[in-house]
Design a protein around this ligand. Sequence first.
Ligand SMILES: Nc1ncnc2c1ncn2[C@@H]1O[C@H](COP(=O)(O)OP(=O)(O)OP(=O)(O)O)[C@@H](O)[C@H]1O
Length: 208
Amino acid sequence: MLATNQLTFEYGSAKKFAFPDVHCANREALLILGRSGTGKTTFLHLLALLLRPKSGSVIINQTDLTKLGPAETAAFRAKHVGIVYQKPHFVSSLSVLDNLVLANYLADKAQDKERARELASQLGFADHLNKKTNQLSQGEQQRVSIARAVMNQPDIILADEPTSSLDDDNTDRVIKLLREQSEQIGASLIVVTHDQRLKDAFENQVFL
Ligand SMILES: Nc1ncnc2c1ncn2[C@@H]1O[C@H](COP(=O)(O)OP(=O)(O)OP(=O)(O)O)[C@@H](O)[C@H]1O
């Protein structure tokens, strides 16, 4: 479960944001829509406490993330939050498999190569596990990114514009995979996007 309460943020005094309150229960999905520049990435980064709000709270399960110190926040995020970034960030010197188990390492968990292989076959990139990530197409990298986000069975999955560079077929596929994965592990799924194609795929929507 994720809930926010009266979140505000500033990039200096010229750029101020007051975000609407959002709530997303376990197994629910929420689409946050907004045009370019309305603060979607900023909002997603506040939900993951990658940015610290000026005021307000971010509650995940029973924990108010804004009350945690930096080290506790990083540990909480690694264990409980899976993030699919707008542009996938991988360690380019590592294989796809090692990029996946890196998520275990960062969450202080045992490396689970079996789960990585299982996710790779579910998400359709099992043949690429030993390749470097830059040898994969954009659509394949996006699927690896989803697998990495769910490696630790997080409570919350946050996805930033996961479909903006994909064609219609891959867009449908990525949204289906995100929804299936979040339902399988009982997570809350929050997607921020300007991609109007996603409007029909989500019942719960908030506009920034
Ligand atoms: N580090 C920063 N310092 C100052 N201003 C910033 C910074 N990051 C973003 N902004 C500004 O804040 C606003 C919101 O940016 P943000 O990236 O959150 O928007 P967005 O809705 O995700 O946009 P897009 O859909 O184009 O990715 C923009 O006007 C941007 O220029």
